[in-house]
Design a protein around this ligand. Structure first.
Ligand SMILES: Cc1ncc(COP(=O)(O)O)c(C=O)c1O
Length: 398
C-alpha cells in the first residue's frame, strides 16, 4: 500500500460527479449580503452558513476592522507567545472573562485550535477524557493528540455518562466534554444534568458553545447560561466564526490552569495570532451582541417561521427548535440530487453524507440568521416546495 492509496476512494467518488456540482467544493463568487451570494453566476439565498446574526456586514464591525487594519497592519506575523500578543488580543480576553464572570480567558487563532489547545493543554497520558459521541472533530482531535484515555458516552445521555464515570478510579484527572448546540442535528446538550453528574463524580466539565454562543441564554453566553450552569462549568470554549462573524476561538475559566495554558498549550504557542482587523471586528461584534438583544428576537422569529413552513409542506425536520434545521432526506444519492437541485433553483444548503450520518439517513443541514428577511424565508419555502415535490421528497399536492 503506497502513501497515496488511501486517497483513492475520494478520487473515485469525485469521478462519479462527472461535470455536475460536487458537494463540499462549492465556490462562492461574490458575497452580496450576509444572506445572499453569487454561485455559478446566479443569485443564491444562503441557508448554509453560521452567520446567525448577520454581523459579517454590520457597519460598526466593518469600521472597527478597517481602523485596526490601517493602524496595526495586515497580520501580526507571530505567535501570542512571541511577538503576536497585541493590546487588542488582551482586551478581547478581558471582554470574554468579564462577560462570563470568570477570572481567566484565552483567545485562540481558530475555534478548532481553541478545542485542541484546551484539551491537549490540560490532558496527557494517564488522564481520562469522556466526550459526547457526537462531538465535533476538533474535540476528538484534541483528545487524541493529548494521549489521554478516551471514552465516548451516548449522545446527550447523563445516565450513560454517570455509568462510565463510575467505572473510573481517579476522577480528579478526568475531563468530560459536551457541546451547547450540536452543529448537525441541531439539538442542545442537557448541560444542567451533565454538570450535576460531573460534580457528583468529582470530574471536570468543559462545554463547547461554538454554535450556541449568542443564540441562548439571557445575555447570549450560550446554552450553559440558558441552563443556569455557567458558574459550575469548569471550562467554556467557543468560536468567533459563527455568531461573531470572524475567525478565532476563546476559552474562559476560573481555574488558574487556563492562565498557565498561555505558556503550555502548543496549539496556542506555535501558531500566529489572529490578525488585527479580525480581532477588532470580533470585539465589536461581541459588544453588539451583548448589547442588542433584538437580534436574538429576530433570529427566533425566523427559526419559528421556517420550521412552521417546512413542517406544513411535509418535510421531516430535526426535533429541536434551534437555528440549525436538518431536513431528513434518505440515501446519499437522493441527498446529492436534491442538494444540487436546490442550488440550481437558488438556495445554498449544507449536505450531510456518511460517515457523518447513517447511509440511509443523509440530511440537508439548513441554518438561519437574524439577517434573513421574512420574504427571503418565504422565497426559500417556495423553492423547497417546488424541488421537494419534483423529486418526491414530499408528497405532490392533490
Ligand atoms: C462544535 C464546534 N467546535 C469547534 C468548531 C471549530 O470552529 P472554527 O471553524 O471556528 O475553527 C466548530 C466548527 O464548526 C464546531 O462546530
Amino acid at each position: 500500500m503506497s502513501l497515496f492509496d488511501k486517497l483513492q476512494p475520494i478520487a473515485e467518488r469525485l469521478d462519479a460527479f462527472s461535470g455536475g456540482q460536487v458537494p463540499f467544493n462549492t465556490v462562492i463568487e461574490s458575497i452580496l449580503s450576509p444572506t445572499e451570494v453569487l454561485i455559478g453566476g446566479r443569485r443564491t439565498l444562503m441557508f448554509g452558513s453560521n452567520n446567525y446574526f448577520g454581523l459579517s456586514f454590520h457597519p460598526d464591525v466593518l469600521a472597527a476592522a478597517q481602523t485596526a487594519l490601517v493602524r496595526e497592519g495586515a497580520g501580526t506575523t507571530g505567535s501570542r507567545a512571541a511577538n503576536g500578543s497585541y493590546a487588542a488580543h488582551r482586551q478581547l480576553e478581558e471582554a470574554f472573562a468579564s462577560a462570563y464572570g470568570k477570572t481567566h480567558a484565552m483567545v485562540f487563532t481558530t475555534g478548532y485550535q481553541a478545542n485542541l489547545g484546551v484539551i491537549y493543554g490540560l490532558c496527557a497520558t494517564g488522564d481520562t477524557i469522556l466526550l459526547d459521541l457526537e462531538s465535533h472533530a476538533s474535540i476528538y482531535d484534541g483528545a487524541r493528540l493529548s494521549g489521554a484515555q478516551i471514552f465516548a458516552f451516548h449522545h446527550n445521555s447523563p445516565s450513560d455518562l454517570a455509568r462510565k464515570l463510575a467505572r473510573i478510579e481517579n476522577r480528579s484527572n478526568c475531563l468530560v466534554i459536551a457541546e451547547g448546540l450540536y452543529s448537525i442535528s441541531g439539538d442542545v446538550g442537557p448541560l444542567g444534568e451533565l454538570s450535576a453528574v460531573c460534580r457528583e463524580a468529582g470530574a471536570y466539565f468543559m462545554v463547547d458553545e461554538a454554535h450556541s454562543f449568542g443564540v441562548y441564554g439571557e445575555r447570549g453566553l450560550g446554552y450553559a447560561e440558558e441552563q443556569g450552569v455557567v458558574d459550575t462549568v469548569d471550562f467554556v470554549v467557543g468560536t468567533f466564526s459563527k455568531a461573531l462573524a470572524g475567525v478565532g476561538g476563546y476559552a474562559v475559566s476560573n481555574h488558574d490552569a487556563l492562565r498557565l495554558l498561555h505558556f503550555a498549550s502548543r496549539p496556542y504557542v506555535f501558531t500566529a495570532s489572529g490578525s488585527p482587523a479580525n480581532i477588532a471586528g470580533v470585539h465589536k461584534a461581541l459588544d453588539i451582541l451583548l448589547a442588542d438583544r433584538s437580534l436574538k428576537t429576530r433570529l427566533w422569529e425566523n427559526v419559528r417561521h421556517v420550521r412552521r413552513g417546512l413542517t406544513s409542506l411535509g418535510f421531516t425536520i430535526g426535533a429541536t427548535e434551534s437555528p440549525i434545521v436538518p431536513i431528513e432526506i434518505g440515501t446519499a444519492e437522493q441527498a446529492i440530487t436534491i442538494w444540487a437541485a436546490l442550488l440550481e433553483a437558488g438556495i445554498y444548503t449544507n449536505i450531510v453524507l456518511p460517515p457523518a450520518c447513517r447511509p440511509d439517513a443523509c440530511l440537508l443541514r439548513t441554518s438561519y440568521s437574524a439577517a434573513h428577511t421574512p420574504a427571503q424565508i418565504d422565497e426559500a419555502l417556495g423553492i423547497f416546495e417546488r424541488v421537494g415535490r419534483a423529486l418526491q421528497v414530499i408528497e405532490t399536492a392533490a
